[in-house]
Design a protein around this ligand. Structure first.
Ligand SMILES: [Zn+2]
Length: 274
C-alpha cells in the first residue's frame, strides 16, 4: 500500500512544485496493476454504487487510484488518505464504489469522465500496458493556446517538435489540440478519450493538458517535455520570433535515429526533403 501512495505522492508533489496545480487544479488517476489491485481484495466498501454517466465495459472490475474533487494536489504528500481515494468499477462498467480514502467524506475528481473514458482507450491501445492518466495546468502550454492564431493538432505538434529537439522522440504521435469545451463535461471526456486513442498528449484550449503513460512517471515526463518546449517557444516569440528552426529533414533524422513511430499525417515533408 505504501508503495502505491509513494508513487502518487512523488508525481503530485512534482506537479505542485512545478506550479501546474494551483488550488484544486489538476487531477491524477492510476489504474491499479495486479500487485496494487490485490491490496484492496476483501476490503469493506466505503460507499454504495454510484452510477457513471455511461457504461464503460472496457474497464469493468478495474480499480483506480483517483485524486479527490476539490482537494489540493500539494496536500497529497501530507495527508494522502484525505486527498486521494481508490474506487472499484462494477462488473458492467456502469458504476463505481469507494474502497478507500477521501477522508472523512468526498468523491473523485469532477474530471472523472475524461479519466475513465481515456483509461478505456489507453488500456486497449497499449494491450493492457498503460495505467496512468494526468490532467494539469502548465503555464506555458496554456499561454500558447492564447498566443498562437488558428491552432490545430498539426501546427501545435509541429511548433512543439521544432521548439525542442527531444519532443519528436517523447511524443512521436504528436499532441492533439482540443478547442475549448466546458470542463468536467461528457463532451470533453469523449473528445479527450478519442484523442488518447491516437496520441499520448491532448491540450485543452485555455485550460491545460492531459497525458497518459505506462506509469505516472512516464505520463508526467511527456507533459514535462511538452511544457518545456512550450516555454522555449514563448521565449523565442518574446525575443522577436525564430530566426531559424529545426527543419523537416532534421526532425525526420531525429525520428529515424531514435526509431520513433511518427504519425506521418502530422508531418508534411517538403518534396525536396524526402
Ligand atoms: Zn483543469
Amino acid at each position: 500500500m505504501q508503495k502505491l501512495i509513494d508513487e502518487i505522492k512523488k508525481t503530485s508533489g512534482d506537479m505542485a512544485r512545478r506550479g501546474w496545480a494551483e488550488s484544486n487544479g489538476g487531477n491524477i488517476s492510476l489504474r491499479l496493476n495486479e500487485e496494487y489491485h490485490r491490496y484492496f481484495d476483501g476490503i469493506e466498501p466505503k460507499s454504495g454504487w454510484v452510477n457513471l454517466p455511461m457504461e464503460m465495459p472496457k474497464i469493468s472490475g478495474e480499480r483506480f487510484l483517483v485524486t479527490g474533487t476539490g482537494r489540493f494536489l500539494r496536500n497529497i504528500e501530507l495527508f494522502p488518505e484525505k486527498n486521494i481515494g481508490v474506487i472499484e468499477i462494477d462488473g458492467k462498467g456502469g458504476a463505481y464504489q469507494l474502497l478507500w480514502g477521501y477522508e472523512p467524506k468526498g468523491a473523485p475528481t469532477s474530471e472523472l469522465p475524461s479519466h475513465l473514458l481515456s483509461h478505456c482507450q489507453i488500456k486497449e491501445k497499449s494491450g493492457n500496458g498503460m495505467f496512468a492518466f494526468i490532467h494539469t495546468h502548465p503555464n506555458s502550454i496554456i499561454a500558447l493556446t492564447y498566443a498562437v492564431a488558428a491552432l490545430d493538432t498539426k501546427n501545435l505538434t509541429k511548433l512543439l517538435w521544432q521548439s525542442h529537439a527531444e519532443c519528436i522522440v517523447v511524443f512521436p504521435q504528436g499532441v492533439e489540440f482540443l478547442p475549448w469545451v466546458m470542463a468536467g463535461s461528457m463532451d470533453l471526456g469523449i473528445a479527450t478519450a478519442e484523442a488518447m486513442s491516437r496520441r499520448n498528449l491532448a491540450v485543452w484550449q485555455y485550460h491545460g493538458i492531459c497525458g497518459c503513460g505506462r506509469n505516472l512517471d512516464e505520463a508526467f515526463g511527456r507533459i514535462d517535455v511538452a511544457e518545456k518546449a512550450a516555454d522555449i517557444c514563448l521565449r523565442v516569440m518574446a525575443a522577436g520570433g525564430a530566426k531559424q528552426t529545426l527543419t523537416d529533414q532534421q526532425l525526420r533524422e531525429i525520428a529515424i535515429n531514435f526509431n520513433c513511430h511518427v504519425d506521418l499525417r502530422l508531418f508534411d515533408f517538403k518534396q525536396n526533403e524526402t
